[in-house]
Design a binder for this molecule. Structure first.
Ligand SMILES: [Zn+2]
Length: 128
């Protein structure tokens, strides 16, 4: 039961901001231009990406994902479009109605908002 409620907390985004997004997934962090709210959205490389094909080709030439993000402070929509290469690495990203944040900026912003408190300090990043 405790594990289940823990899982629910993760699904509701009520847990640590710096958590791992999971296998084949990553977080995108944005800030709403209208109200300044910091929001994160999970992108799953297996389920969220749509393949784009060149004419006459069976293999996907690239992948694309479109996200419409609505925060809790206002109902302005933030539109995110990302393009990936065949290895599903990000090659281009566009945003309307918001600004991309780094994970560090997101964590700092959320801590400043007082909306969420990390249970423990974020794990050190891989960089020295
Ligand atoms: Zn907003």
């Amino acid at each position: 039961m405790s594990l289940f409620s823990k899982l629910l907390g993760v699904l509701r985004g009520g847990s640590r901001p710096a958590e791992d997004a999971g296998r084949n997934a990553f977080w995108i962090y944005v800030r709403c231009d209208a109200c300044g709210e910091s929001i994160r959205v999970r992108v799953n490389r297996e389920h969220d990406l749509s393949a784009e094909f060149d004419e006459g080709s069976d293999a996907p030439a690239s992948f694309h994902v479109h996200k419409e993000i609505v925060g809790q402070n206002c109902f302005r929509r933030i539109q995110v479009d990302m393009t990936f290469d065949q290895q599903r690495r990000v090659t281009d990203q566009q945003i309307r109605g918001g600004t991309f944040l780094t994970s560090e900026a997101y964590v700092a912003a959320v801590a400043g908002q007082g909306a969420e408190k990390p249970e423990s300090p974020a794990p050190p990043s891989a960089s020295a």
